[in-house]
Design a protein around this ligand. Structure first.
Ligand SMILES: [Zn+2]
Length: 103
């Protein structure tokens, strides 16, 4: 499916640093996870920006759609979503897309 296209259409963002690869690309996934984990290891006062949340939100939504405990897996993202209605909206849309997309 053209998930990435939908994603970019919705948010209108160009991910400068990230190559236009599929969200199902394992390398990118582990890279993102690694980044998240690195942040988690010294998170005391780290707050994600909306941009950073957007960067992993597709993955977050996918995990959530599959019943994973995202608040444990990505607490920083969850935390941001709790605080940011804008990202909450994007997350809801994304999750719906994931749920309605047959892989
Ligand atoms: Zn936000």
């Amino acid at each position: 499916m053209k998930f990435k296209e939908i994603f970019q259409k919705i948010f209108g963002i160009k991910q400068r640093s990230a190559p236009p690869v599929s969200i199902r690309n394992q390398e990118e996934t582990s890279e993102k996870m690694q980044k998240m984990l690195t942040m988690l290891s010294n998170t005391e006062n780290i707050e994600l920006t909306c941009e950073e949340v957007f960067a992993v939100l597709d993955q977050f939504a996918e995990l959530a759609a599959h019943g994973e405990d995202v608040s444990k897996l990505m607490p920083l993202v969850q935390h941001h979503l709790d605080m940011c209605p804008d990202c909450q909206d994007e997350y809801r849309v994304l999750k719906n897309i994931v749920l309605n997309t047959a892989y």
